[in-house]
Design a protein around this ligand. Structure first.
Ligand SMILES: Cc1cc2nc3c(=O)[nH]c(=O)nc-3n(C[C@H](O)[C@H](O)[C@H](O)COP(=O)(O)OP(=O)(O)OC[C@H]3O[C@@H](n4cnc5c(N)ncnc54)[C@H](O)[C@@H]3O)c2cc1C
Length: 605
């Protein structure tokens, strides 16, 4: 018996080692690239990545303005979110209209019929759509941010010529099919297989996919499947294939799974039965499917930030309107402090969400222009932070409306249902929270490990020790420089600087306390990730405010009340970081584990 257990343990340990090796290969590139969020984990502030706040050229601003005007006019006339929800369908003429406006190919180059917009410009457009109809914005996200994006980034010239013009124009739709029964959060556990024939020119795909947005209405799908491994590793790599629904063996099991929210989107279950796919339809390098998935998800997660910002703005507008007009106890609701608290919090978070989206999209644009910038931590932070905050914002707006929100003649019950998917889709927030903590802690961890090794071989590793001691000492004594222009922001910049230093030290302490076990200590990871997200949010808000205060609000969509809310955000978020950092010393982790274990150990009824 004990032999069986230890065999199982060894197998688990081997699988885990392999997973870690695969994750390292997937996530970290050879080329050194700077990440604004990663620097926080070292207790540093990468000012040049946060400041100045990203700005469009006058020419792009005018193009964005024009695109937004056209989109608003189109949506006013043709987009009926309540009907889309009721009918559980986005009418084809809405999709065609968005195609005509260029929304379905916004960031594609003009040479392919796209608008050539930056990621930031695209986010402005998605914010507008997300503020009106989440289902429609998710359709666009699945088509553009992940479906078509994979072809734009990884397609061969032939593949691009064959498919992109129709996808960019919206004549055809794209989908991205990764999820399966056994491969949800554990995306690497894809079971769909792609077996090459003897010539190696064709692959036979077998397997099924579920929960695929646009799955049954898309004309081109990126499908992840396992191909035979090359090299030493035991596991078979995942490869991306481009498939079309007319290929023999492509089966739609369920075209529109009935669901809670974003009901207008067509979420499908698909199967592939001996589907022959030519080698020429492999997307990107063979065996690099997960790398492609991770790359496009960065874009998808950024647009989650934009869509959540749009939805948050709508909730805030609705809540303010109601609080201004509805009277109880002879007073307007807005005169009650507990209502004011909700409104102020909603405004503060909405301002921060917009700032984080713009800053993250700005980093993507700079990287696209050739700067050595990494942004996977930032996109994960934006996704988790904005989807969690939106959930509370919708709930706050709902509460301010009281019973009136509960009925289907008002938009809030739909918005509540629609918002729920955000915390699950494109990486469940728990998985991403752990990812943020572990990826963030990796570099300080590597540094600490070399010190640990050096302590055990002090003579051989004297260089490492002396470098580390100097480095550490210097950092412990200095808080990073957070340089802002607006005098009103100087105290907040100082607070941020102090908190970043404290956070850097807390990150090191967590590594020293838990060593390798930090990988399994999700309760300890959570406050680290949450504090990092707050610091990232504060830096984005400071950057945005600094820009707005220096330009008399020019280009700002927030106005005076938005800026007041931004100051509230800075002090509120700073306090939150203090609370999160103190959790390391004062927590209920052991009790939480015990209660959960006792529940899980109960016999199944
Ligand atoms: C409406 C909708 C549209 C979708 N569209 C697409 C699409 O277009 N293409 C596509 O490929 N997929 C799509 N998905 C799938 C989506 O990405 C997955 O649902 C998501 O990745 C979670 O996987 P799962 O549902 O299998 O949940 P599971 O993996 O079973 O996880 C369930 C819960 O367990 C917890 N959990 C899981 N792992 C961990 C962990 N390591 N640590 C802590 N907690 C954990 C989390 O709370 C998680 O929410 C869609 C899903 C929905 C609902």
């Amino acid at each position: 018996m004990s032999g069986t257990t230890s065999d199982k343990d060894t197998q688990q340990a081997e699988r885990r080692e392999e997973q870690m090796r695969e994750a390292e290969n997937l996530l970290f590139s050879e080329t050194p690239r700077r990440s604004a969020a990663q620097e926080l984990f070292h207790g540093r502030f990468a000012g040049e990545l946060f400041l100045p706040y990203p700005r469009s050229s006058a020419e792009e601003q005018s193009r964005i303005g024009q695109a937004l005007t056209e989109l608003k006019a189109f949506c006013d006339a043709h987009l009926d979110p309540a009907a889309i929800d009721r009918e559980a369908d986005i009418p084809r003429d809405v999709i065609d209209g968005l195609g005509r406006l260029g929304v379905l190919g916004m960031t594609a180059p003009e040479s392919l019929g796209g608008r050539g917009f930056s990621q930031r410009a695209y986010c402005r457009v998605l914010e507008e759509l997300g503020g009106r109809c989440s289902a429609t914005s998710i359709l666009v996200n699945a088509h553009h941010s992940i479906g078509m994006r994979s072809l734009l980034l990884f397609g061969t010239p032939d593949q691009q010529r064959r498919w992109l013009p129709d996808l960019v124009s919206g004549r055809k739709l794209a989908a991205f099919a990764l999820t399966e029964t056994q491969a949800g959060s554990d995306a690497a556990n894809v079971q769909t297989t792609a077996v090459p024939d003897e010539s190696g020119e064709f692959f036979t795909l077998n397997g099924d996919k579920r929960y695929i947005t646009n799955g049954a209405i898309a004309d081109v799908l990126t499908v992840m499947a396992r191909t035979p491994g090359q090299g030493k590793g035991k596991s078979k790599p995942v490869t991306a294939f481009l498939v079309t629904p007319d290929m023999p063996g492509f089966r739609v099991i369920e075209p529109r799974m009935s669901k809670v929210g974003i009901r207008g989107t067509a979420t499908a279950k698909l199967a592939f039965e001996n589907m022959r796919v030519p080698r020429s339809q492999i997307l990107g390098p063979e065996g690099k499917g997960l790398k492609i998935a991770l790359t496009v998800l960065d874009f998808g997660r950024t647009t989650f930030g934009a869509c959540c910002t749009g939805a948050a703005k709508t909730c805030l507008r609705l809540a303010v309107e109601h609080a201004r007009t509805r009277e109880q106890f002879g007073q307007k609701l807005g005169e009650f402090e507990l209502v004011q608290e909700k409104l102020a919090r909603m405004a503060a978070w909405t301002y921060a969400m917009e700032a984080m989206t713009t800053a993250t999209a700005g980093l993507i644009d700079r990287a696209a222009a050739g700067e050595p910038i990494e942004y996977m931590l930032e996109t994960a932070m934006l996704k988790v932070w904005s989807t969690e905050r939106l959930w509370t914002i919708v709930n706050d707006a709902f509460q301010i409306y009281g019973g009136a929100a509960y009925f289907t003649d008002r938009p809030l019950e739909r918005m509540l249902r629609d918002a729920r998917i955000n915390q699950i889709g494109e990486g469940a927030n728990e998985v991403l929270t752990s990812f943020i903590a572990l990826v963030g802690l990796r570099a300080p961890g590597v540094e600490l490990k070399s010190v640990w090794d050096a302590l055990h071989h002090p003579l051989r590793e004297m260089g490492t020790l002396s470098r580390f001691t100097w480095h550490e000492l210097a950092r412990r004594m200095e808080s990073p420089d957070v340089a802002v222009h607006a005098p009103a922001l100087v105290p907040h910049a100082r607070t941020l600087s102090r908190l970043i230093r404290q956070f850097g030290l807390a990150a090191q302490k967590a590594l020293m306390d838990h060593r390798e076990e930090i990988v399994d200590r999700q309760l300890a990871q959570e406050p680290i990730a949450a504090a990092a997200m707050e610091l990232f949010a504060q830096a984005c808000v400071l950057s945005r405010l600094d820009h707005e205060l220096g330009h008399s609000g020019n280009g700002s969509t927030a106005g005076e009340s938005g800026r007041r809310a931004a100051f509230l955000f800075l002090s509120h978020s700073a306090r939150r970081v203090g609370e999160l950092l103190s959790e390391r010393r004062d927590n209920d982790y052991a009790a939480i584990r015990e209660v959960a274990k006792s529940l899980l150990d109960l016999p199944t009824s």
